[in-house]
Each structure stands twice: as structure tokens, then as C-alpha cells.
Design a protein around this ligand. Structure first.
Ligand SMILES: CC(C)(COP(=O)(O)OP(=O)(O)OC[C@H]1O[C@@H](n2cnc3c(N)ncnc32)[C@H](O)[C@@H]1OP(=O)(O)O)[C@@H](O)C(=O)NCCC(=O)NCCS
Length: 182
């Protein structure tokens, strides 16, 4: 069986990541990411690589707010799905949370059940801070977001810990003004 290594991405990976994301975006599964975005946010990304150096999957962990990060731009090449690469990439992101002092990570997704398998819980979108809705206007689906929010709480306090701090700091997004999957 073929071996894949998971590692932090670097600039040479960008074109392959761009292609992977574009293919999934064309199916409406996630947002495409421009090359300039990928070059600028490369530090957020992990990739899965074959021993020949081919990039077959990627995923980003983006810090977005106090103690809060987002899993975004997660994609595994079609023919390699179901072999654990998605899990390994998300786990790599989770393993970075400690160093970044992130206690909770969320995703906006159509793949709710995949995230559930990894310990995420389904949550209402309005518990997430308004800061994350800033990208909304760039989404083709705006303002009719139909994605689900999932959250993994790495602290002991549970998801309720997010609610008072965030909602005191910032109002919830207006109804129907939610944002895209990354
Ligand atoms: C979603 C995606 C990243 C999952 O990656 P993957 O490598 O196929 O998933 P894995 O093999 O790591 O699966 C991990 C677990 O989730 C389960 N799983 C995977 N996809 C699932 C799905 N769509 N629904 C339910 N469970 C799923 C697997 O059965 C596995 O369970 P197990 O650990 O009990 O065996 C991949 O299907 C993909 O790239 N989809 C297209 C792009 C996309 O939708 N990205 C998500 C944007 S947020």
C-alpha cells in the first residue's frame, strides 16, 4: 500500500494545492482559493505527499479569534478518499493548536459526519464570532449559506465557554448573513 506523509506546506506546493481545491470547488464542495491567497497563507497549510513528492491532499488551520481556529480548504484527491488522509490532516491541524494557544476549532462544511467521526460536535452558527463572517461577501452563496458548523473544544469547559465571551465582544451575524466554507 502506498505511503503518504503529512507535513507543513511550502511555496512549491501551492500550484498542486490550487488544482486540488479548484476541482472540489467546481463541484460546489468548498471555496476555490486564489494562488495569491495560498501563497500568502501557506503557513496555515498541511499537505499529504506521496514518496514521489506528489501533493494529494491539503488542509489549513486558520487562527480567527481569541482561542479559536478554523479548519478550512480541506480536500483529498478523489481517488484517495476514504483512506484516512482527511483524518490525518485534521489531526495534524489539531496538533498545532497547543502551540498556537487555540482551544477550539470549527469548520463550516457539508461533511458534517466526517467531522463528527473526528470528535467535532454540530453547533449553531450563531455561537461563532462575527469576525468569521467577514469573508461572506466573497462567497458565491452569500447570503444563502447552507453549510453546517462543527466545533471541537480542546479545553475542559465545553462549547458554552465560547458563547459568553464571543457574544459579549461581538454581536451575532444577522439572520441569513452567514458565510462560506473555506
Ligand atoms: C471530506 C474529505 C476531506 C474526507 O477525507 P477522507 O480522506 O476521504 O476521509 P478519511 O478516510 O480520513 O475518513 C475519516 C473518517 O471519516 C469517515 N468519513 C469520511 N468521509 C465521510 C463522509 N462524507 N461522511 C461520513 N463519514 C465520512 C470515514 O469513514 C472515516 O471513519 P472511521 O475513522 O470511523 O473509519 C474528503 O472526502 C474530500 O476531500 N471531500 C471533498 C472536499 C470536501 O468536501 N472538503 C470538506 C470541506 S470542509
Amino acid at each position: 500500500m502506498k505511503q503518504y506523509s503529512i507535513r507543513k506546506a511550502h511555496q512549491d506546493d501551492v500550484k498542486a494545492m490550487h488544482e486540488l481545491l479548484l476541482r472540489s470547488a467546481q463541484k460546489g464542495l468548498l471555496l476555490p482559493r486564489a494562488l495569491i491567497y495560498l501563497y500568502g497563507h501557506i503557513r496555515n497549510f498541511f499537505v499529504a505527499e506521496t514518496s514521489e513528492g506528489n501533493i494529494v491532499a491539503c488542509c489549513a488551520l486558520a487562527p480567527v479569534w481569541e482561542e479559536l481556529g478554523e479548519i478550512c480548504s480541506l480536500v483529498v484527491r478523489d481517488d484517495l478518499q476514504g483512506q484516512g488522509l482527511g483524518r490525518r490532516l485534521v489531526e495534524a491541524c489539531i496538533s498545532e493548536c497547543d502551540a498556537l494557544h487555540l482551544k477550539k476549532i470549527f469548520a463550516l462544511t457539508y461533511q458534517e459526519n466526517f467531522f463528527m467521526r473526528l470528535g467535532f460536535k454540530s453547533v449553531e452558527k450563531d455561537i461563532l464570532p462575527q469576525k468569521i463572517w467577514a469573508d461572506c461577501v466573497n462567497c458565491p452563496k452569500y447570503p444563502d449559506c447552507d453549510e453546517l458548523a462543527v466545533l471541537l473544544d480542546l479545553s475542559e469547559n465545553g462549547e458554552d465557554a465560547l458563547r459568553p465571551r464571543v457574544n459579549n465582544a461581538l454581536p451575532a451575524p444577522p439572520p441569513g448573513k452567514e458565510r462560506h466554507c473555506g
